[in-house]
Design a protein around this ligand. Sequence first.
Ligand SMILES: [Zn+2]
Length: 206
Amino acid sequence: MNLKNKTAAFFTIIVIAVIVAAIYRGIVAPVTVIIQAGHEGRTCGNTGAVCDNYKEVAWNIRVADKAAETLRHWGVDVKRVAADAAFEHAEIAVAVHFDSAKRPCRSGASVGYPDNNASARFAEHWKGIYRRYFPFKWHKDNFTDNLKHYYAYRRIKADKFVVMELGELTCKQQTDWLYPRLDRIGELIAYAIATELGKHPPKPRL
Ligand SMILES: [Zn+2]
């Protein structure tokens, strides 16, 4: 092999190694926590609820970012992902959403999770925390097919996965309550996750 070919072979090996490492990180290497902001990055299809000046996706991003930032501050390894995340592995995954209703104020908060006990118990833990504050309607768990068979359950393999609907964007009483609390709701989600991981951070208040 002449020098030119050796150099080309060397760079080819480096490129392959980088690709293999990236695939390994994405598919095999787990992170502790994944937080998904619902609808983030979508420009068509299911882009989330919009009502008056409020956009669900903007709220989702704000709450998800705050939850991730708070967890990192507490020393937890977090990956923030958008709606169309690559294949991932995690101990805990949370997807952040706000609901909308055809007839305003008929909805509220709810949770969705895949069919396993660990996810169901984590959902129960979250409801126990948020229920103390959220003063509006709660649906029964997995009340829609979108919650029960959330598309990202297939993309993000997590020991515990909960989709959180945090309130209804199409209800003025609820948005009046939610909007000034968005950052603290993010902190409360971080608290639920950290305590699920056996940590004891200070409890945020809404
Ligand atoms: Zn949504």
